[in-house]
Design a protein around this ligand. Structure first.
Ligand code: SF4
Length: 284
């Protein structure tokens, strides 16, 4: 029986994509071959988060600074000029020539595009329609006030024994009054997950935020994509019941030690493939 403390969208997605990968990563904790796009995306998230908290663009700093910080957290060593020590980045996989140097250039461009889009779109960060009351050290609100930047949640869904935890990247108020939940995306690969409907159900049914729609913000294009308004459908397509139906089998499978290997195209970007006995080799 595997001990499980919580579930998240990414954990459930990994499990559904390949149970063996979930087991190797989270039970066996084997060494992984990470993608550079991971810390590079984190750096963009942190940089835009600072900006969306109202810091002037001139004070936000450079993308390289955020990338160095993200890589240091990952254990990468830098010299005194903040250049990576020789060989330190060799363990990362890169795709399409998107190296450390590429990200240092592209990251600032992505940030500039984000600022330009925020200014021209009129989309404003959503916040609760009442004044916040803070605790003594000002670190948290005590009256349920929420601000739509990296909004944390921890909810217990019906029938489940562990909480569903995560962060919603952004919630924006549009000029026409609608409210949109947004996930920031820096990866080139198309997203084919249930993340947006998952977070939509949590925001509506558990956080009590009257969300009208969902979208990705594509940092490479510099604009939102895939905007959808689930509430336009009278048969509300995503709610807590459907979310539970999605997560319950995952919870039961993990606790019951059901880790089905699913060799397929995902083996090509699997970070633990070098430990896997089921890896699908190309052209075999
Ligand atoms: S290599 Fe393929 S089958 Fe093996 S863990 Fe990774 S995704 Fe699963």
């Amino acid at each position: 029986m595997t001990e499980l403390e919580r579930l998240s969208h990414s954990s459930a997605h990994t499990y559904n994509e390949c149970g063996e990968r979930w087991r190797l990563e989270r039970v066996e904790k084997v060494d992984k071959v990470p993608w550079l796009a991971g810390p590079a995306g984190s750096a963009f998230h942190t940089m835009t988060e600072v900006y969306d908290h109202g810091i002037e663009t001139g004070e936000v700093g450079t993308y390289k600074g955020y990338l160095v910080e993200a890589l240091m957290e990952d254990g990468v060593a830098f010299d005194q000029d903040y250049n990576p020590m020789p060989g330190e980045l060799e363990r990362y996989r890169v795709s399409r020539g998107e190296t450390y140097e590429w990200w240092c250039r592209a990251g600032d461009h992505m940030f500039d595009q984000y600022v330009a889009w925020r200014e021209r779109s009129g989309w404003e960060v959503w916040e609760s329609p009442f004044e916040p009351e803070w605790n003594e050290d000002g670190s948290a609100t005590i009256n349920g006030w929420m601000f739509g930047v990296e909004l944390p949640f921890e909810v217990m869904l019906p029938g489940m024994t562990v909480p569903d935890k995560g962060y919603i990247d952004r919630i924006f108020s549009l000029p026409d009054g609608r409210i949109i939940l947004v996930d920031l995306k820096t990866w080139a690969r198309e997203r084919t997950t249930t993340q947006l409907p998952h977070y939509f159900a949590v925001a509506q049914d558990h956080l009590g935020i009257p969300v009208d729609g969902v979208a990705y913000y594509d940092a490479r294009l510099g604009r939102p994509t895939g905007i959808a308004y689930p509430t336009d459908d009278p048969e509300k397509p995503w709610d807590t019941d459907r979310l539970s139906a999605l997560l319950l089998p995952v919870e039961r499978g993990i606790i019951g030690d059901v880790f089905e290997p699913k060799p397929g195209s995902q083996c090509g970007w699997c970070s633990v493939a070098h430990h896997c006995a089921f890896k699908l080799e190309k052209n075999k």
